[in-house]
Design a protein around this ligand. Structure first.
Ligand SMILES: [Zn+2]
Length: 286
C-alpha cells in the first residue's frame, strides 16, 4: 500500500478537487482542468492502474488525492504517450511511492528526446515543471517498456492489457484495456480536433480501424481529452482523417513546387487552421 500523505507545494495553486466519472468494470475517468486531459483509473482487489499523471506536480497532487478517494490499493501507472500533459506528473507519483510505470518503447524515446518541448508545453499551468525547479519536477521516465508484444498486468480480480499501437497521434501511443473499457490516449479526441503535430496520419487511420475491428460492440472508449465515446464515433474519426488525407493530397497536387497552401485553401479540411496545416505538413513528411 502506498502512504496516504501527499506533498504540498509552497505557494502552488492546486486545482480544485476533481470529480470522477464512473465507467463499467471498476473503471473511472477524471478530467484535469489545465489541458482538459483525462486520467483513467482501473480498480482491482490487489492493485489499481492509473492512466496518465497530468502536467506536473500541481495536477498530479490533485489526481493523486482523487485516486485515494476511490482506492487505497497498490498503484501502477501507465502513460498513454509522450506529450507533457499526460506524463509530467510521474515524478510526483514516484515521490508517493509508486515504483511501476509503463509506456510504449517509442514513447519513452520521445520523452527523452523532447524533454524541453514537453516542459515548455505545460509552462502556463506548471511553471515549476517548465523550469525544472522545485519538488517533483524531474523527468521520470517509465522503466517498463511496452514493445511489440502486449503487456498484461494482474490487478487481482482482473487483468489490464497495454498495447503499443505504433505512431498514430504520436510515437509509441499505447492503449489500456480492461473489460468493456479502452483508454486510448490522444488517438481518440472528443470535443476538439485531433492533434496532428507528431502524427503519422495514415498509420493513425489504421490504428483507429484496429481499435474498432477487434472490439466488442459495446466498448466504451475513453479519449485523451473529452467525454467517453462509442464505436461509431471512432469509425467517424477514422473516416474523417482518411478523407482529410485524400483532400491534403489533392491540395498538394495543385501547389507550385516548394509552395505551401494558404489558410483559405486549407479551409476545406474539418480541423481548423492550426491542425489542418499540421495535418497537411505531416501527410507530406511521413
Ligand atoms: Zn497528445
Amino acid at each position: 500500500m502506498i502512504p496516504f500523505q501527499e506533498q504540498r507545494f509552497e505557494g502552488a495553486t492546486l486545482p480544485a478537487d476533481l470529480v470522477w466519472e464512473a465507467l463499467p468494470d471498476d473503471c473511472w475517468r477524471l478530467r484535469s482542468p489545465g489541458f482538459e486531459m483525462n486520467s483513467g483509473l482501473i480498480v482491482g482487489t490487489r492493485s489499481s492502474l492509473l492512466v496518465d499523471t497530468g502536467s506536473g506536480p500541481r495536477e498530479a497532487a490533485a489526481i493523486h488525492r482523487a485516486v485515494r478517494r476511490i482506492t487505497d490499493t497498490h498503484l501502477i501507472i501507465a502513460n498513454t504517450h509522450a506529450h507533457g500533459d499526460h506524463f509530467l506528473g510521474n515524478d510526483y507519483f514516484r515521490a508517493q511511492g509508486v515504483t511501476d510505470f509503463y509506456a510504449g518503447t517509442l514513447a519513452i524515446e520521445h520523452m527523452e528526446q523532447t524533454e524541453s518541448q514537453q516542459r515548455e508545453l505545460v509552462a502556463s499551468i506548471e511553471p515549476e515543471m517548465a523550469a525544472g525547479e522545485g519538488e517533483c519536477t524531474r523527468l521520470h521516465i517509465p522503466e517498463h517498456r511496452v514493445g511489440s508484444a502486449p503487456v498484461r498486468i494482474n490487478l487481482g480480480d482482473k487483468f489490464v492489457t497495454l498495447q503499443q499501437l505504433g505512431n498514430a497521434h504520436s510515437p509509441g501511443d499505447i492503449s489500456v484495456h480492461t473489460g468493456r473499457v479502452l483508454f486510448a490516449g490522444d488517438v481518440i479526441e472528443q470535443g476538439g480536433p485531433p492533434n496532428f503535430e507528431d502524427s503519422i496520419p495514415l498509420r493513425w487511420v489504421a490504428v483507429l480501424d484496429e481499435l474498432v475491428t477487434g472490439e466488442a460492440l459495446d466498448t466504451v472508449y475513453v479519449p485523451g481529452h473529452g467525454g467517453t465515446v462509442d464505436r461509431d464515433f471512432v469509425l467517424h474519426q477514422r473516416d474523417q482523417i482518411r478523407e482529410a488525407i485524400t483532400t491534403c493530397r489533392k491540395i498538394a497536387a495543385v501547389q507550385k513546387p516548394g509552395s505551401e497552401p494558404t489558410d483559405h485553401e486549407l479551409r476545406v479540411l474539418p480541423f481548423g487552421p492550426v491542425e489542418s496545416r499540421n495535418l497537411y505538413q505531416r501527410v507530406h513528411a511521413t
